[in-house]
Design a binder for this molecule. Structure first.
Ligand code: AMP
Length: 283
């Protein structure tokens, strides 16, 4: 594996790889790597000659200072773990904030309605920070394909929108959510949960799963209310939103008869920690 910390050095390396006609798969992350990230790397390894994983904890996408302060930073362990998945020519890119922000990019990205709903209502500026850093990373890495988890569904749709708007020539590959045995979507923030909280949060996905059969007999609106009520009935959990939207534009689904792929997206707070998850309604 090759490790790059400097932008100019990795640009040179990528140039050389392109001259050799190698295809490049890119997996952007914020580090503290877990099975969710590793599955993205697996997909990239299978479909490309070279995989580039970036580890950059992007302050611009944190609206909450404490969340950023508490976010796990485990670069040395990440480097050890990633070795098991990397061949000699695969690349870990972990730039400094100083380099990434050397040329400030203060533009407002036009994300339209996608940046006014769900996460955006609770994390002001989050997707602007995501768009800014991904745009920089795509320019540096110039990948053929980039891999994103369906766990962050709104982010996935926004990334697809962004590359269309900015004409970035990359294929976005959506990868399925990796879960713990009890169904909890794996997330870096899970390790911040207390033992008690960790047991309780499995109820989020259990409720989403159960709602798939409940939904067959009730309306979309009633299903939303049912999920919110079930989860909020546990005093340690508080639903921030649960929306059922279409998979392309994230517009609210009004009726099960709509001929669209329907995704139920949820954010739940447990103590100070925020977890997100989603499920497809195949009705
Ligand atoms: P992050 O480091 O949290 O920014 O995540 C980097 C990438 O990993 C994003 O595309 C996430 O959607 C993806 N990811 C995180 N958790 C999971 C998971 N449990 N299953 C699949 N992909 C995931």
């Amino acid at each position: 594996m090759k490790i790059f910390k400097h932008i100019n050095r990795i640009i040179e390396e990528i140039k050389e790889l392109k001259q050799q006609r190698k295809t490049i798969g890119f997996v952007p992350t914020m580090g503290a790597l877990h099975k969710g990230h590793f599955s993205l790397i697996d997909y990239s390894n299978k479909e490309n000659d070279i995989t580039v994983v970036s580890i950059f904890l992007n302050p611009a996408q944190f609206n909450n200072k404490n969340d950023l302060k508490n976010y796990p930073r485990t670069l040395n362990t990440d480097i050890k773990n990633i070795r098991y998945q990397f061949g000699p020519d695969d690349i870990l890119f972990s730039p400094s904030e100083k380099e990434m922000f050397a040329e400030p990019d203060n533009r407002v990205f036009d994300l339209g309605h996608l940046d006014k709903i769900m996460e955006s209502k609770f994390r002001n500026g989050h997707f602007q920070g995501v768009a800014m850093i991904l745009n920089k990373l795509f320019k540096i890495i110039t990948p053929d394909k980039a891999y994103f988890g369906e766990k962050d569904y709104q982010q996935l749709v926004i990334v697809k929108h962004l590359i269309n708007k900015l004409n970035i020539p990359v294929q976005i590959v959506a990868c399925p959510i990796i879960r713990e045995e009890d169904g909890l979507a794996i997330s870096t923030r899970n390790i911040l949960l207390s033992k008690e909280e960790r047991l309780i949060v499995a109820f989020i996905f259990q409720t989403l799963s159960k709602s798939l059969s409940i939904a067959k007999n009730i309306s979309v609106e009633e299903t939303k209310q049912w999920v919110i009520h079930q989860i909020n009935s546990n005093t340690m959990l508080r639903v921030e939103y649960f929306e059922i939207v279409d998979n392309k534009e994230l517009k609210t689904i009004k009726s099960w008869s709509e001929d669209k792929i329907k995704v139920g997206c949820i954010a739940v707070k447990v103590g100070n920690i925020r977890l997100i998850d989603n499920i497809i309604f195949n009705l």
